[in-house]
Write a protein that binds this ligand. Structure first.
Ligand SMILES: *Cc1c(COP(=O)(O)O)cnc(C)c1O
Length: 350
């Protein structure tokens, strides 16, 4: 695909959009008496509007991620970026999107909110990528393809070669959600962005970086797509405190904690098959395990009564009998395994 093909995928009203220009767009300095934005002059620490372009934060994240700042969008969580791609590329009631199933629930919710038909294609055997079925489900009104790797809730990363081949063949925008890439040996496709003008990669600070409460999602894409996202977003989508706190938090390396989570994932995955009620533990490239058990509802209720909250995915298509268990601290994983032992012995909490 070339850049003209990409432009043709953008909704006409967005292509023609004249974005809101903030007071601070007109004057970009930091010195002076600010009488331009109707702010309060009394300092509260937060009386000034935050930088709508998040320049300092973007420079730092771009350096960490090894991509140009022009290829980086920052959103109020990945959730904002998911909503934005629908609003930019899909005309409500006309265009459609394709996604793998099971996957992250927000893709479907954002499609519904934007009145965009979502075509959900089941993963293949062992949660493999159904490339041919995804392409077959696409038509001339298909604008977006949602992929998630490592996938939530199945936990597996799709082979890079299969992802690349699908991105090359798909005649629309491919959204590749890499929320869990830090936990996977397979790494990220973001350094290969220049090869794929139709690729948008999502990452987040909510998982490996431990900053879910600050709400910061990232999108990596061509400068053209990033400009569209920046035009359509709310002007001050990242608040002042988040910009400041994330700048500070990024000085703390995450490698040690990620390695610990991955080590604990190996340990819990190895311990689970010993329980008689565990049917299958799916291999995971993420910070959670998908576990198929004999009676998911009963085990879920037992764990809940024992003060351990997991995610019951047993009613999700493709996940019959499955609980999704996040990897916690070593002591928390200990408690989980103890509680499973009690359940096995019949000391069942109800
Ligand atoms: C947790 C998660 C996210 C993170 O969303 P935020 O809005 O950034 O917190 C994104 N995608 C997937 C698949 C997730 O599981």
């Amino acid at each position: 695909m070339n850049s003209q093909d990409i432009e043709q995928l953008v909704r006409p009203n967005i292509r023609a959009l004249c974005p809101y220009s903030t007071a601070r767009d007109e004057y970009q300095g930091t010195l002076g008496i600010f009488l331009d934005a109707n702010e309060s002059p009394y300092p509260t620490g937060y009386n000034r509007y935050p930088d709508p372009h998040q320049k300092a934060l973007k420079a730092k994240i771009a350096a960490i991620k090894g991509i140009p700042a022009e290829s980086l969008f920052l959103g109020n969580g990945s959730d904002e970026a998911i909503d934005l791609v629908f609003r930019i590329f899909c005309t409500p009631g006309v265009d459609n999107a394709v996604a793998i199933e099971p996957s992250y629930g927000m893709y479907n919710v954002a499609a519904d909110i934007n009145d965009v038909e979502m075509r959900r294609i089941p993963l293949g055997p062992d949660f493999s990528l159904p490339a041919e079925a995804l392409l077959a489900a696409s038509d001339t009104h298909t604008r977006l393809l949602f992929l998630c790797s490592p996938n939530n809730p199945s936990g597996n990363a799709f082979p890079t070669g299969e992802l690349v081949s699908l991105i090359r063949r798909f005649p629309g925008i491919v959204v590749l959600d890499e929320a869990y890439a830090d936990f996977s040996g397979q790494g990220s496709l973001r350094t290969r962005l220049p090869e794929f003008p139709n690729l948008v990669i999502f990452q987040t600070l909510s998982k490996a970086y431990g900053l879910a409460g600050l709400r910061l999602g990232m999108a990596f894409a061509s400068p053209y797509i990033i400009r569209l996202m920046s035009m359509v977003k709310y002007p001050y989508n990242i608040n002042q405190s988040t910009q400041e706190l994330v700048l500070k938090a990024l000085d703390r390396p995450i490698d040690g904690q990620v390695a610990e989570i991955v080590g604990q994932r190996t340990r819990v995955a190895a311990a689970l098959p010993a329980f008689g009620f565990v049917r299958r533990v799916w291999p995971s490239d993420a910070n959670f395990l998908l576990v198929q058990v004999d009676d998911a509802d009963a085990l879920y209720a037992h764990l809940l009564a024992d003060g351990i909250i997991v995610r019951n995915r047993s009613r999700v298509s493709g996940c019959a009998g499955c609980l999704r268990i996040t990897i916690g601290l070593t002591s928390e994983n200990d408690r989980l395994l103890q509680s499973l032992q009690a359940y096995e012995k019949g000391d069942i909490h109800r």
